[in-house]
Ligand binder design. Sequence first.
Ligand code: PXP
Length: 247
Amino acid sequence: MTAKLNVNIDHVATIREARKTIEPSIITAAVICEQSGADGITVHLRQDRRHIQDRDIELLRDVVTTYLNVEMAATDEMVAIAAKTLPDAVSLVPENPNEITTEGGLNVVGNFENVQSAAEQLRFAGIFVSMFIDPETDQIDAAKRAGAQQVELCTGEYAELTLASRAAHGDGRQKAVEEVFRISKAAKHATDLGLIAAAGHGLTYRNVGALAAIPEITEFNIGHNIISRAVFVGLNNAVKEMIDAIS
Ligand code: PXP
């Protein structure tokens, strides 16, 4: 079965926030993604509100008819927003105010009580709980114990290894193959525990194929590469091309 694609539309809001104006509309973006075959819409409500704003979540909740997945830090503020707006899913992610983008997975082992408490409150509100973690056995086990229903395996390391500049030099290509194997083993371990396995971060039209071949991975969350391509070919084509790349 082909894995689902949730399109992360954060960077449509990044363009809007560059001018603090009303365009481009992330609502229009969400509708185009859905009409182009996306299985869901993902957004990251960051604590610094650098792109997605609280009102975006409220509007998206009214408009998105497929699946709305909101990435957020495991804080009281974020859990309260989720409990009020009721997205279909929340993905708990780590957040560092100085990062350009999410840097690696959530350390569930090291922040167990906090993550467990957030997961419990989200599940109580009827929200599906995913945790974005590195493809490591101890983190997967901790996510399961902390109440995750899904783990999204961080593909940042794989993405880094498949950048043309890295893959072409030294043992970059071999290391990328090893990373696919590590992600595959992690996905198998997660599904053996009864968790759904998703993946995301840094994925592109060029590198998603090897991960799409892993049968346990049933969902991808992809943003930057799709929105970048949309600048040249339009969002509808960019989404369709990613669906093709996955299938
Ligand atoms: N999954 C998670 C948990 C993320 O934090 C992000 C980035 O916001 C993505 C997927 C999408 O990453 P990218 O924009 O590199 O495709």
